[in-house]
Every structure is written in C-alpha cells, then in structure tokens.
Design a protein around this ligand. Structure first.
Ligand SMILES: [Zn+2]
Length: 301
C-alpha cells in the first residue's frame, strides 16, 4: 500500500458567517478527519508555498492579479466572486494554485496525490467568479506544460457546475484537454465550450451518471492520452446539495471517485485530486462527502 501525499494548509479556512453558502471551516475539518481517522496512516502531509505574481500571470491577466493583491477590486468584481476581500483570502488565493501544482508534481512521482482544497474552476483569465479568485486547475495545467513536466494534461471536472473559467484560460492549448461533466441547469456564469462538455439533466440518478462518466472516460482516451489527470471531485452533485440539482447519493459519489481513480490507475496515469464544490448547512455532513475522494485514493492505491 502506497503512502499518499496530502497537500493542505491551515490558512485555507475562511472566516465567513454561517449564513454564507461556503462552509469556511470545511478545509481544516476535512484535514482533521483524514489525519486522525482510520485513513491517517495512509496519508503523508506535505507543505507548500504561495505562487508568485509572475507565476500567476501565466494564467491570469497581470492587471487583475495586481488589483486583487492590492485590494483595488471594485465592489461589483468582489460581488461576482462572492467572498469578502481580506488578507486571509489574499493569502489563501496565492497559496491554493501552488497547492494543486505541488499536488500534481507529487502525483507524477507517486501516481496519486490529494489536495484538501482546489477546484476554483470559475476563475477566468481576467476576473474571478463564484467563490473562485485564481484558477488552480488551469494554473497547474499551464505550469506543467510550460515547464515541460507534462506534455498532455487532462482536467477532469466532475463538479456539478461547468469549469467555465478553466475552459477560458486553457482554450487554444492543444496540450490541455478540459472535460466537464455538469448539470444542465443552474444560475451562474455563461457556459463555455471546452474540449468535451457533458450536460446532465436535473434529477440525474447514480446509474445514468456513472454510465455517462465511464463512457466519457473512454471517449477522452480515444482522443487524448494524458500524462497526468487533474481530477475535480466536486461533491455538489449530491442530491441534497444546496446548489446542485442532480440526484446523486453518497454511495454514487463514492463509486464515482473509485471509478475515476481505478480507471487511470489501470492505465498507469497519475492523478492529482482537488475537492471542488460542495454546499450544505451541515458542515459535518459536507465533510463526509468530501472525504470520499480521499477514501477512494486509500482504497485504490
Ligand atoms: Zn460547483
């Protein structure tokens, strides 16, 4: 059994009111469950460091990065991100992209690595959106290909919302394949056209979802064999999620995460996992959902 690299930082937590859609303390709660529970011996924590402004401008407009860094964003821009500007938000926003990059590098060495955050897929080149400031997935894919660490990167986005920002940033890069499997209907950013987009009707249930996912993985492999997969294991596909409209059970999420990891493990393709979205009034219930991808990693590797 492999020891799985675990990327985390205590500064991921956000100090948000209980009425906010985002559970600000889910990151440390998740880390605590992983490192103190039955899986603890399977994971080895790794620390990382913030991205530089120069690093971030490979995937974001320099003016946007500078204005965010210096708290010069307009109210409308911060409303679009829907998180209040704070030094804490600033620090985690610079740290999280490098967390996913570090996770990917460790995955290449170890076949698997897991990040306790990440999946900021609504962040575009020039603006943030929907709780996402800088796009860690697009950042990582672009850094990996530019640094020639990987020739072909697959971003597999199973969050219930489309990875519209990821598509915006990665468009035109033949070495990055963006696949988003998401709900057909939700209020939010305008849909983009990525390498492969699968839209699922409201109320989609486990069997249809898992069949479609498996078919999608096979379709991707016909067109694009990646050196590494960045897997957004968003849990807002859950039937009781506060923002999602699909009808996926907790067992369905667990099966999905195992299916993805098992599929790429069999093909000897490394996978870096990020947690993506998940929304609930009950933080403990939400942590149980996010634990799924870590449990799948512990079971499969
Ligand atoms: Zn989402």
């Amino acid at each position: 059994m492999a020891v799985i690299p675990l990327i985390h930082s205590p500064i991921y937590d956000l100090n948000l009111p209980d009425t906010h859609k985002v559970s600000g303390r889910k990151f440390s709660a998740l880390y605590s469950e992983i490192t103190t529970g039955a899986m603890s011996t399977r994971f080895e924590p790794h620390s990382h460091w913030p991205a530089t402004v120069k690093d971030l401008t490979l995937s974001h407009d320099p003016d946007y990065v500078a204005r965010f860094q210096n708290n010069l964003m307009t109210r409308a821009e911060m409303n679009r991100i829907n998180l209040p500007w704070s030094v804490q938000l600033l620090e985690r926003s610079f740290l999280m992209p490098n967390g996913t990059l570090h996770c990917a590098k460790l995955a290449i060495e170890n076949k698997i690595a897991c990040h306790t955050a990440g999946g900021a897929h609504h962040a575009h080149h020039q603006f943030g959106y929907g709780f996402c400031v800088f796009n860690d997935l697009a950042f990582t894919a672009k850094q990996l290909t530019q640094q020639r660490i990987a020739d072909r990167v697959l971003i597999l986005d199973c969050d219930v919302h489309q990875g519209d920002g990821t598509i915006d940033i990665c468009q035109g890069h033949a070495d990055i394949f963006t696949c988003s499997l998401h709900g057909q209907r939700y209020v939010g950013p305008k849909r983009q056209s990525g390498s492969l987009d699968i839209e699922l009707p409201d109320g989609t249930e486990d069997k249809t979802y898992l069949d479609m996912l498996y078919k999608t993985l096979r379709t991707i492999m016909r067109d694009f064999v990646p050196n590494i997969v960045l897997y957004d294991a968003g849990v807002d596909v859950y039937f009781a999620d506060a923002l999602g409209k699909l009808n996926i059970s907790l067992d369905g999420i667990r099966y999905r995460d195992k299916l993805v990891l098992d599929f790429f493990r069999n093909k000897q393709i490394p996978v870096a996992t990020v947690i993506g979205g998940g929304y609930s009034k009950d933080p403990a219930e939400l942590v149980q959902r996010h634990l799924s991808v870590f449990q799948a990693a512990a079971d499969i590797y």
